[in-house]
Design a protein around this ligand. Structure first.
Ligand SMILES: [Zn+2]
Length: 154
């Protein structure tokens, strides 16, 4: 499976959008229904990439470790639903995330922030300065949510 001529970031994003459906917060790539991790070849990267890796590389940057989903949908390419880490971290984060959602409710998650706001928090948060609450007030989220974003963004 492939789309020829995917030689710019904009062309790839446009292609992914045109082939995807929205389900809740997830952006799900529809082609290759038999594959758990659909792939597509792009001229831009000169290789076949998994859809979620492709989106991450285009929107966020190079993958350093292993790209994991925080949602349960392997076909989802919403970059807010992925992070770059090891499998072990994945398990720990899943437990932590469940605890956090249980303790605070879904509305304290980072989903209402823009990418710019999130990267601002990642850069600005400093545990030694204890500025989590101030950052939280700035963006209308809780202090644990600030910590969660900062940790995930590292
Ligand atoms: Zn998702």
């Amino acid at each position: 499976m492939g789309a020829q001529g995917l030689n710019t970031k904009d062309a790839i994003i446009a292609y992914l959008r045109s082939k995807s459906t929205i389900s809740g917060d997830c952006i799900i790539f529809a082609p290759q229904p038999s594959m758990r991790y659909p792939r597509v070849y792009t001229t831009f990267f000169k290789r076949r990439d998994r859809i979620h890796c492709l989106a991450y590389k285009l929107i966020v940057g190079p993958i350093r470790k292993q790209l994991n989903h925080t949602c349960d949908n392997t076909r989802c390419w919403n970059i807010d639903h992925m992070y770059d880490g090891t499998q072990k971290q994945n398990c720990n984060d899943t437990i932590e995330r469940s605890r956090r959602i249980y303790a605070e409710g879904e509305d304290h998650t980072s989903s209402k922030l823009t990418n710019e706001q999130r990267s601002y928090i990642v850069k600005a948060y400093d545990p030694l300065k204890r500025n989590g609450a101030a950052l939280g007030r700035m963006f209308g989220i809780s202090r644990p949510a600030v910590r969660y974003i900062a940790r995930r963004g590292r």
